[in-house]
Design a protein around this ligand. Structure first.
Ligand SMILES: *Cc1c(COP(=O)(O)O)cnc(C)c1O
Length: 423
């Protein structure tokens, strides 16, 4: 398998006339088709809903593409709640899955009528105090500890994760909540990240379904939904095979029938909070090679940097790179593809085999549609790029302008120096 960009050199020559690199560009067609496949894969569940994890790609225009298709919004902060409200997504179309939550954010989420997903048993009292009265519906986040395994291979390490209630706390929490008048319950768990396996969701689902049956038996709680959260991954590597969403949906269905239907709990809705899977492959970071440096290694210097895409610097993540117009050329040259930050981890690729690159070439950095732009920051005074949408009809739309120095200086408006700066 090779990775093909959804833009070509010819398209790019046109786009850059209006929008200079670097920028993130998203593929409307890919986003829509992927959402339809997800919905089809879970259509067996009457209450199925994907709450898009806003933190992955917090752009209201992109969020709207998904919410028009029936998604809700999974928010975790004040501004994510505000984004959701701004596009008219309120009430039970909001899932508020936060942790270490300030009182004011609980109040705002409750004001919007969102479903609150508690991260810890101590938050029961905290929330009650913040709101005066607990909502009718509440969800609790579960963390069984240990490691998360499928077919004897370890996928992740929930025992080291800061999130969620322990098993004991979950039973106790449900009892307390019930005694305090909460009527409807949800269970949430996020136990492995970026999984490239059709087994993650079905295995997680089975564990949560069995837990739900026990929780109902022992506490009498009425469980309305089970939230499988995020964690379905995407193939960042060109030779990786992606997940089969239909196999995943079917696997969850089998566990649902075996455990929940058998226990007379077949009305439970399945929710997901996918971020990466919804958007990751449908975004590119496009950058221009502006320098070549031949020292102890061969370097290609780009006009983008880790401010535009932090994952390689932060986690050493692989992001595939295509040199536009040279898709068919042999990868004969070994490069470090680097940004301009004064940090030596600002490298999009290390020892990567690519076709020979010339200054002026456009590089497509793949799979930046989730946790790409959104992790951006302003180190070295670098400004965040624009975001563009390649529409289904071929048109290119600006869906967020690039930051300007004026944006960078905006928060100094409390100082007299502000009036002395010319923009
Ligand atoms: C990050 C996050 C998600 C989305 O995770 P992906 O790996 O992007 O699918 C969903 N829910 C919660 C609570 C998260 O923190």
């Amino acid at each position: 398998m090779s990775k093909k960009p959804f833009v070509t050199k010819e398209m790019m020559d046109e786009i850059v006339k209006k929008y200079p690199t670097p920028f993130h560009i998203y593929d409307e067609k890919g986003i829509r088709e992927n959402l339809e496949a997800l919905k089809a894969a879970f259509s067996w569940n009457k209450g199925f809903k994907e709450y898009f994890a806003v933190k992955a790609t917090p752009n209201p225009y992109l969020m709207q593409l998904l919410t028009e298709g029936g998604c809700g919004c999974d928010c975790s902060s004040l501004t994510e709640l505000m984004l959701s409200e701004a596009i008219g997504v309120v009430g039970e179309n909001i899932m508020f899955s936060s942790n270490e939550t300030p009182e004011s954010e609980y109040q705002y989420a409750a004001k919007l009528g969102g479903i609150i997903n508690l991260d810890d048993i101590t938050h029961i009292e905290y929330l009650e105090k913040a709101l005066g009265k607990l909502p009718e519906t509440l969800s609790c986040r579960y963390n069984p500890g240990g490691v998360f395994k499928v077919s004897n291979s370890i996928m992740d390490n929930p025992g080291e994760a800061k999130y969620g209630f322990t098993t004991e706390q979950l039973f106790e929490g449900f009892r307390i909540l019930k005694a305090k008048g909460v009527k409807y319950f949800g269970i949430h768990a996020f136990l492995a990240s970026n999984t490239i396996s059709n087994e993650y969701y079905p295995e997680l689902a089975k564990q949560l379904f069995e837990l739900a049956v026990k929780l109902k038996e022992e506490t009498g709680a009425e469980i309305k939904f089970i939230n499988l959260s995020g964690g379905i991954g995407i193939p960042y590597l060109p030779d990786q095979e992606g997940n089969d969403i239909y196999a995943i949906g079917n696997g969850v269905k089998e566990a649902f029938e075996e455990v929940l239907v058998a226990a007379g709990m077949g009305d439970i809705a399945i929710y997901t909070e996918l971020g990466r899977y919804m958007m990751g492959p449908y975004g590119h970071l496009v950058t221009t090679a502006i320098h070549q440096k031949h020292t102890h290694k061969e370097y290609i210097g780009c006009d983008a940097c880790a401010v535009n895409l932090m994952r390689p610097a932060m986690y050493g993540s692989y992001h595939h790179i295509t040199v536009l117009g040279k898709e068919e050329q042999e990868t004969t040259h070994q490069y470090d593809v680097v940004g301009s930050l004064c940090e030596n981890n600002d490298k999009f690729a290390i020892d990567r085999m690519l076709p020979e690159i010339e200054v002026g070439d456009y590089l497509v950095i793949h799979d930046t549609g989730a946790h790409g732009y959104s992790m951006g920051y302003n180190y070295n005074g670098k400004l965040k790029s624009a975001e563009l949408l390649l529409c289904e009809n071929g048109e290119v739309k600006l869906i967020r302008r690039a930051e300007t120095p004026k944006d960078y200086f905006a928060t100094f408006d409390c100082l007299p120096i502000h009036s002395k700066i010319k923009f």
